[in-house]
Design a protein around this ligand. Structure first.
Ligand code: PLP
Length: 379
């Protein structure tokens, strides 16, 4: 039985071009990029070239690109770093559907008596912008809201968020799931800080970028080296950085094609599922909503607990997830689905299917058939 993988929001396969860059750097005798000898200078040149490529692809200045170990670190650095650079009474304003890599820091800060204001979403995951505007009014604030949700595919109009915050607030966005899936305009969106991760776009796991608008207020949160403008001390992972740059460059270049093909396939998928499985509901924005992520479909079947269903589907050769991969060990319903104010049973049965560059129309037909059969055979 061929296995159908529909969990590309969790991670993506390494692109051949990124693999080539990775292995070329591993085998190329590159030294510690901080060393002054020839090998060190070659390592430094590889990091410089990667920074140039990422900056050109994202159309941002080179000194705005800070390499990190991935989306989680970028989010932590942005949040804790911006608060360290701000006044002591700066509050954090964030949404109820953030990834754990933003929600976790926010909960930690709240437990340490930092004021955190949680902004809700509507039944389809759209941020309550009026509540956001009210939350920041008249106080120093760091706003951290995601560009695109990894579970339900809702997106946020970042320009609109900036308009509500005004010029004074500091604005961070986790755009890990937006990169390569929809047009990403970091400069025009008005963000001060933005997090990206290479492994969501065909780069290696364990490397990412923090975009920092030149002059954006942020202080380091780790110490012990001058790398990455002292914001991210530690010897650079040169091979991973070189490969990340190649992956990010290609993902940006291919965004339109990715969007076109995956939105066609997700429409087919949803059509197939709702005709095959009675009572199936879609969580998040409607399929035809042009603002949604093109590759992400979150559905609830009346058959009950999603985690049991994921295991049964795995046996049927279908790889999907319940909520985000990071929360997959938990028995609680996804905090994202719970935040949509949908029926708790529906939240508990939410399944995420996310398509990738390699997804084929035949995969969609096979998925619909296997899901239908598995659910039909449910006790
Ligand atoms: N933010 C979002 C929206 C994500 O989907 C993920 C990955 O699941 C992350 C952050 C974490 O990125 P990383 O795996 O590179 O730490």
């Amino acid at each position: 039985m061929n296995r159908i993988h529909l969990d590309y929001n969790a991670t993506t396969p390494l692109r051949p071009e990124a693999r080539e860059a990775l292995l070329g750097a591993v085998d190329g005798g590159l030294g510690n990029a901080s060393s002054v000898h020839g090998a060190g200078r070659r390592g430094r040149a590889a990091v410089d070239e990667a920074r140039e490529r990422v900056a050109a692809a994202l159309e941002v200045p080179e000194d705005s690109v800070v390499f990190t170990s991935g989306g989680t670190e970028s989010n932590n650095l942005a949040i804790f770093g911006a608060l360290r650079a701000g006044p002591a009474d700066m509050c954090l304003v964030t949404s109820t559907i953030e990834h754990a890599a933003v929600q976790g820091p926010a909960l930690h800060l709240e437990s340490r008596s930092r004021e955190v204001r949680w902004i809700g979403v509507d039944a389809q995951g759209a941020l309550d912008l009026d509540a956001l505007g009210a939350a920041v009014a008249g106080r120093p604030a760091l706003v951290s809201v995601m560009g695109a949700n990894n579970e339900i595919g809702s997106t946020t109009d970042l320009r609109e968020v900036r308009a509500r915050i005004g010029e004074d607030g500091v604005f961070h966005s986790d755009v890990v799931q937006l990169l390569g899936k929809k047009h990403l305009d970091l400069t025009g969106s008005g963000v001060d800080l933005a997090s990206l991760s290479a492994h969501k776009v065909g780069g290696p796991i364990g490397v990412g970028v923090l975009f920092r608008r030149p002059g954006a207020p942020i202080a380091p949160t780790t110490f012990g080296g001058s790398q990455e403008a002292e914001l991210r001390p530690g010897t650079e992972n040169v091979p991973a950085i070189a490969a990340a740059a190649v992956a990010i460059e290609l993902a940006v270049k291919e965004t339109e094609a990715f969007q076109r093909e995956t939105s066609r396939l997700t429409a087919l998928l949803w059509d197939g599922l709702r005709s095959k499985v009675p009572g199936m509901s879609l969580n998040g924005p409607p399929i035809e909503d042009p603002t949604r992520l093109p590759n992400t479909v979150n559905v609830s079947a009346p058959a009950g607990d999603a985690r049991t269903l994921v295991a049964r589907l795995d046996l049927a050769g279908l790889e999907v997830s319940a909520g985000s991969a990071c929360a997959s060990g938990s028995l609680e319903p996804s905090h994202v689905l719970s935040a949509l104010a949908i029926d708790p049973e529906r939240a508990r049965s939410g399944l995420r299917l996310s398509l990738g560059k390699a997804s084929l129309e035949q995969d969609i037909h096979t998925c619909v058939e296997r899901l239908g059969r598995t659910l039909g055979g449910a006790p």
